[in-house]
Write a protein that binds this ligand. Structure first.
Ligand code: ADE
Ligand code: ZN
Length: 367
């Protein structure tokens, strides 16, 4: 389907104004959703860190789950990344990666997630001597089980750490190729400041040659120039975060015209001090400017909430976010999926339409 068809949905039959606020919040909780910006290592809950540390004989720098959780007070992206990479140190075996991802999929399914394209950071693990095979096979096994037991369509996106070299990224991609069919794309994450996308142009060109989808974090802490870099040098087809595009009206226009998805992560932006409060988060402004933005949870174990927490807390904090915005966010989440065939995408759109029609008509929902 050509992209413009996604925009031209006639919403005339949907009476958004008729939906009372509590009904809208309940609808948001129950609605089917896609999660497109989720780092699997960012779902490692303190309880699982302690369990895996014990199982693997890894010594932790914190005496208790509570003490570890108390350390989750971040001032910026780097202060978070230091804790996040340390936490990932308990992941050693294929079963550890399976347990990590399965725990996420169970939680996600409870939030209505029916489709997830999940980031993983192999360099965080291979640099500690963990075999690439253990990482990918453990995660892949959890994806298969999510499909079979939860009806959750899950796939993997291999991310390069941008604080490391492009040479390291190229070697990582080559090392993952024996399991090429187990991931659908590549991404770029870690410390954004002073690590512009252009540094990774060759590894992304190689990924495109391999038929992989390309995404990149850009405009989280970095300037609008990094969003241009992700689009032009990396040919990214989704921008992760992208909130700083609002500083450049010409860029906003381009992103809207190209219907470029922006995988926005409100609780992440709050915890990493990208925004001062959720009430001031630019999500509503992004939608009103015609951007294809949707809500994601980024690193939910560290940022205080999974996908429904992100949706609900935004709507609670900003009374200006209304049913029309909710409809757009849910729809965009499916519009932006890579690993979804067109009939399935249309089926998700229809499910969302039915939910809004029923809510506007005051019909009680089943279950
Ligand atoms: N890795 C995990 N979470 C990240 C984020 N929010 N930004 C960049 N890299 C990350
Ligand atoms: Zn992220």
């Amino acid at each position: 389907m050509d992209k413009s068809q996604h925009e031209t949905r006639d919403t005339g039959a949907l009476n958004f104004e008729a939906i009372p606020r509590p009904v809208l919040l309940d609808l948001l909780r129950r609605a089917p959703k896609a999660e497109l910006h989720l780092h699997i290592e960012g779902t490692l809950e303190p309880e699982l860190i302690f369990k895996l540390a014990q199982r693997n004989g890894v010594k932790l720098g914190y005496p208790s789950v509570e003490a570890l959780r108390a350390a989750y007070a971040f001032t910026d992206l780097q202060s978070f990344l230091d804790v996040y990479y340390a936490g990932a140190g308990v992941l050693l075996t294929e079963d550890d990666f399976f347990d990590l991802a399965w725990a996420y999929f169970e939680r996600a399914a409870a939030d209505g997630v029916v489709h997830a394209e999940v980031f993983f950071d192999p360099q965080t693990h291979t640099s500690r001597g963990v075999p690439m095979q253990a990482v990918i096979l453990g995660l892949h096994r959890a994806c298969q089980r999510a499909q079979a037991e939860l009806g959750l369509n899950a796939s993997l996106i291999l991310c390069f750490l941008r604080h490391l070299s492009e040479k390291d990224a190229l070697a990582t991609l080559e090392a993952a190729l024996p399991w090429r069919e187990y991931f659908i794309g590549v991404g770029l994450d870690s410390a954004e400041q002073d690590n512009p996308p252009e540094r990774f142009a060759r590894v992304f060109a190689r990924a495109r040659d391999l038929g992989l989808h390309c995404v990149a974090h850009a405009g989280e802490e970095g300037p609008p120039a990094y969003i241009y870099g992700a689009l032009d040098a990396l040919q990214a087809k989704r921008i992760d975060h992208g909130v700083r595009c609002l500083e450049d009206p010409a860029l906003v226009q381009r992103l809207a015209d190209e219907r470029m998805p922006l995988t926005v992560c409100p609780l992440s932006n709050l915890k990493l001090c990208v925004v001062p409060s959720l009430a001031e988060h630019p999500l509503r402004r992004m939608l009103d400017l015609g951007l294809c933005a949707m809500v994601n949870s980024d690193d939910p174990a560290y940022f205080g909430g999974y996908l429904n927490d992100n949706y609900l807390r935004c709507f609670e904090a900003d009374p200006g976010l209304n049913a029309r915005h909710a409809y757009a966010l849910l729809r965009h989440s499916f519009e932006a999926c890579f690993d979804l065939d067109e009939p399935s995408r249309q089926q998700r759109y229809r499910q969302i339409d039915v939910l809004f029609l029923e809510a506007a008509a005051g019909l009680p929902h089943a279950g």
